[in-house]
Design a protein around this ligand. Structure first.
Ligand code: MG
Length: 358
């Protein structure tokens, strides 16, 4: 099989309601959707959803990068995943988002060619994965009400953002715990908001409300600081912005800096690199979570869920971006049961319906 063309389409889907995080407000999912066409008549779909606050990439740059990579990949066999990846990595340093779009589409093609769903190609441990649900920043009353509604719908884990001020954080987490009762897990994301010493003190206070884990308490570059927090906290500490790729994972493992790692396809450059992160973490005794960008659609989330379900060391998922989309840009792919359980289709590839590109 050979790549004959790579088409790119800008997709902009409104969210049901604006999503507030400590860094700003998100109103739309915006991503570059790709279709890789081949000489065998099969088409693979993928997407790159840049999160400028996390990776520094934007949509225009991602689209330009995909066009550039497409030139280099012409006539390559898209099912030779390692070869595709090597071509992309030599053509462009960093810039994971465009590579992710192509990597997802190549996995879709491998699945279509072999007739196997991607979760089976990646290990096939399970074909489902449960996700948490995030409550955006708002008044404690509104956050508590939303958390209770999510739990009533079927979710058993609520994630929320902290790091905007100790008293506010305590009021929010307290209100959520009171609203959801003792049996629901609450996980927090500080998005680099604290110094190491602040983090240890604040996490201890927030843990009065029984916290499952805290994501990225300190700045991304501060590995020693992250290790300090991990060594001085009872609560599990997870790297997010501190772990983009397999080399970051190696560095975190070497310094015993974290208990957990949050893998996102848009940070690392695709499923292939994500598998390498997970392998390093598993060898180091670090469990992983599969996360997503708030801007992602059901294309990226189906790909992420396929890896999350397939790998035994990926024990958690934060793949809730699809729940806030007003409409889905593509048919097929993942389905959801009991609010929280993502099911992967058993057809070849990711099971997406064909999309018209103009
Ligand atoms: Mg995070």
């Amino acid at each position: 099989m050979k790549i004959t063309d790579v088409k790119v389409k800008k997709v902009r889907v409104p969210l049901a309601e604006p999503f507030h995080i400590s860094l700003g407000v998100i109103t739309h999912a915006v991503s570059a959707v790709v279709a890789i066409e081949t000489d065998e008549g099969l088409t693979g779909y993928g997407e790159g959803a840049p999160g400028v606050l996390i990776t520094g990439e934007n949509l225009e740059g991602t689209i330009a990068q995909i066009h550039m990579l497409a030139e280099k990949l012409k006539d390559t066999d898209p099912t030779d995943l390692e070869a595709v990846y090597w071509i992309m990595d030599r053509a462009s340093a960093h810039a994971p988002c465009g590579k992710t779009a192509i990597d997802i589409a190549c996995h879709d093609l491998l699945g279509k060619k072999t007739g196997l769903p991607v979760y089976k190609l990646l290990g096939g441990y399970e074909n489902t994965i449960d996700t948490d649900m995030t409550v955006g920043i708002n008044s404690p009353e509104i956050m508590a009400k939303k958390a209770a509604a999510h739990v009533a719908a079927g979710f058993d884990t609520i994630k929320t953002k902290v790091g905007t001020g100790l008293e506010e954080d305590i009021a929010r987490v307290k209100a959520i715990r009171q609203a959801v009762g003792p049996n629901v897990k609450i996980r927090l994301d500080a998005n680099q908001g604290w110094t190491p010493k602040e983090a240890v003190g604040i996490i201890e206070r927030l843990n009065e409300f029984d916290i499952e884990l805290v994501e990225q308490p300190v700045p991304a570059w501060d590995i020693e600081g992250l290790a300090y927090v991990t060594n001085h906290s009872k609560v599990l500490i997870m790297a997010d912005e501190a772990c983009f790729n397999a080399k970051d994972a190696m560095n975190l493992a070497r310094h015993r800096a974290v208990d957990l790692v949050n893998i996102k396809l848009m940070k690392c450059g695709g499923i292939r690199e994500a598998q390498k992160i997970n392998a390093i973490c598993e060898a180091a005794g670090i469990q992983c979570m599969l996360g997503c960008m708030a801007e992602e659609t059901n294309i990226g989330v189906t790909a992420a869920a396929s890896l999350g379900a397939a790998a035994r060391n990926i024990t958690r998922a934060d793949l809730d971006a699809v729940f806030s989309l007003k409409e889905l840009p593509i048919g097929g792919g993942m389905t959801v049961e009991n609010a929280k359980t993502i099911h992967l289709p058993r057809t070849g590839g990711f099971g997406f319906e064909d999309l018209i590109f103009d």
